[in-house]
Design a protein. Structure first.
Length: 117
């Protein structure tokens, strides 16, 4: 499966931004989907993940209550709604796909989110 993330940009602290990831080349509804991010000089970290049917969602503590992951299986898309953005949310955001909520063999290119203070 191929993944294409989009929606990044430069925003101010407190603003909102919505990332999108479009999948192709596979049965999208068969995959769990995840969002990860990597800040400059730091390791990539998990942000949010969602089961194939959208029933199960898991969030990193750092974004819980501010970010919402969702998916539209009819459109082969997964989204990350990011509210109350903080400068520490600045990172390259990646979407990923896997057969479960643990392993992520498929990755898209990143989209840069920059939050200014």
């Amino acid at each position: 499966v191929q993944l294409q993330a989009s929606g990044g940009g430069l925003v101010q602290a407190g603003d909102s931004l919505k990332l999108s990831c479009t999948a192709s080349g596979g049965t999208f509804s068969a995959y769990a989907m995840g969002w990860f991010r990597q800040a400059p000089g730091k390791e990539r970290e998990h942000v949010a993940r969602i089961s194939w049917n959208g029933v199960t969602t898991v969030y990193a503590n750092s974004v819980k209550g501010r970010f919402t992951i969702s998916r539209d299986n009819a459109k082969n898309m997964v989204f990350l709604q990011m509210n109350s953005l903080k400068p520490e949310d600045t990172a390259v955001y990646y979407c990923a796909a896997g057969r479960d909520l643990v392993q992520w063999p498929y990755w898209g290119q990143g989209t840069l989110v920059t939050v200014s203070s």
